[in-house]
Design a protein around this ligand. Structure first.
Ligand SMILES: [Zn+2]
Length: 481
């Protein structure tokens, strides 16, 4: 066990959140009982009040959580202090027809699809398991959603052994995403012997029913899911499943100064932002005098461009501002009211950042080369791949200064393409002021990533400072934004 409970909590969170659905569910658990659940398909008027704490999810993979300051006054409305991040990470996902038949060596494989821009060569020779959400039919003719996590390593994408490759092939190792990433799942002999023998999970035939969708999937896969959920195979109506590496998150480095885990991008932000929000919400004195709404929005589908019903490109951010402020205004509010609220708001968009890699130091421009364990990174790109400008960057630097959190700077080299994140998308949709930042890491989009242990706490300190100090700093600026 680490001496830092915050780090232990983070390690557990990363290990137990193999998909955005698990990530979201575990973050809701972190919020605790003091946060009241809202449903998007029910009226919020009369439910949301100053000093209240709330959350809702969309698609069970995007999470919005917030607390309303005790001094919120709809006649002079406060703004939204939003920390934004994303819940998804690149991975391999099981296709709608996963049955891959029997290939060479009587080996059964699963059909998988690449989600996002993973470093796919890192998925070879890992002990992979399967997790996701399953739609389950119930005996009374209804349907319900369950999370499933097989936990044991049932899949593997083996690399081609060295003796079967020429020197040139080894030197130019290239992954064909369709041909080379289909995992080995079972071997036919064992597979056919064992599939019908299960007592716990009856097959469709045993249940006297055929189902075209289930026919498209390997019967052993369906059996494993049914057993894990203690249901019958015939109850599996649909699913969204992904592969993940079973190796648990771990502390590393000679002094435990590093953290090794899958999906640090961007579960590290999910974890730290919800930690910060719960700490802020528990501080009665601070919440009582707050005139704003402190909010965390963690979106799905960032890795594939955010254009979805629950991604940052959906109306969800603007709707959150409108709906929450309208509910606080007894269901009222004209355009003037909403625009005032938006102009008093600010989005702190936090995604992971690129730390300097000692073996590839020339990939960074020397004045903008963040280090691990040296604080949060502000990302700037004058071509607007990041939203940071003089004002929004200043706000975060000033919070860092007051809270003793070191701030680092990142600008990509002119001869290198630049990544992007949710900041520009939210800015474009809502016109709300925004900054892009993140914790430094190495191996971004690898099956196993790496970051600095101390950056977790530094990030939480900065988030706490954002909720505490934003209004004061914003009001002390004149004609800046
Ligand atoms: Zn990211």
């Amino acid at each position: 066990m680490s001496k830092f409970s915050i780090v232990d909590g983070a390690l557990n969170h990363f290990t137990n959140s193999p998909t955005p659905f698990h990530n979201c569910a575990n973050l809701v658990t972190m919020l605790g009982e003091s946060f009241e659940k809202l449903s998007e398909d029910e009226k919020w008027e009369g439910k949301i009040k100053p000093n209240g704490k709330y959350y809702y999810t969309r698609n069970t993979s995007t999470l919005v959580a917030f607390c309303v300051g005790g001094a919120y006054d709809a006649s002079n409305p406060g703004g939204f202090k939003v920390i934004g991040g994303h819940t998804d990470s690149p991975n391999l996902r099981i296709k709608p027809c996963s049955k891959n038949g029997t290939s060479a060596g009587k080996i059964t494989q699963l059909n998988v699809e690449c989600y996002g821009g993973g470093l796919w060569h890192t998925w070879f020779d890992r002990d992979l398991s399967i997790a996701g959400r399953v739609i389950v039919s119930t005996p009374d003719g209804k349907f319900t959603q369950h999370l499933v996590n097989l936990k044991k390593p049932v899949c593997r994408v083996p690399s081609l052994c060295i003796h079967l490759q020429s020197g040139d092939e080894r030197a130019s190792f290239k992954v064909n995403k369709e041909n080379h990433l289909q995992p080995i799942f079972a071997q036919v002999v064992k597979h056919t012997l064992e599939a019908p023998a299960s007592k716990k999970a009856k097959t469709d035939e045993a249940a006297g029913e055929k189902n075209a969708w289930r026919e498209g999937h390997d019967s052993t896969l369906l059996k494993l899911i049914a057993e894990e959920l203690s249901i019958e195979v015939a109850q599996i109506a649909d699913f969204e499943l992904a592969l993940y590496d079973t190796q648990p998150a771990a502390l590393g480095g000679a002094n435990e100064e590093f953290l090794y885990a899958a999906r640090l991008d961007n579960q590290a932000t999910c974890y730290t932002s919800i930690q910060s929000l719960t700490q802020y919400a528990a501080n009665k004195e601070m919440l009582e005098k707050d005139a704003d709404i402190a909010m965390v929005c963690l979106f799905d589908h960032e890795e594939v461009g955010s254009a979805s019903q629950c991604g940052a490109g959906s109306p969800i951010m603007g709707e959150a501002v409108r709906r929450v402020s309208s509910a606080l205004n007894n269901g009222g509010g004209n355009e003037d009211f909403f625009q005032t609220t938006c102009r008093r708001s600010f989005v702190f968009s936090v995604d992971m950042a690129h730390a300097i890699h000692p073996n590839y130091a020339s990939k960074h421009e020397k004045n903008h080369s963040p280090d691990l364990n040296a604080g949060v990174v502000i990302k700037t790109n004058s071509n607007q791949r990041y939203t940071t400008n003089a004002f929004t960057g200043f706000v975060i630097r000033e919070i860092g200064r007051r809270k003793n959190v070191p701030i680092q700077e990142f600008v990509v080299r002119n001869d290198c393409p630049c990544g992007s994140t949710i900041g520009p998308i939210i800015s474009e949709k809502t016109g709300i002021r925004c900054v892009d930042a993140g914790m430094p890491q190495l191996s971004m989009h690898s099956c196993r990533e790496m970051m600095g242990t101390h950056d977790l706490q530094l990030c939480i300190d900065l988030f706490n400072g954002f909720f505490e100090l934003f209004r004061n700093i914003d009001e002390s600026c004149y004609l800046c934004s």
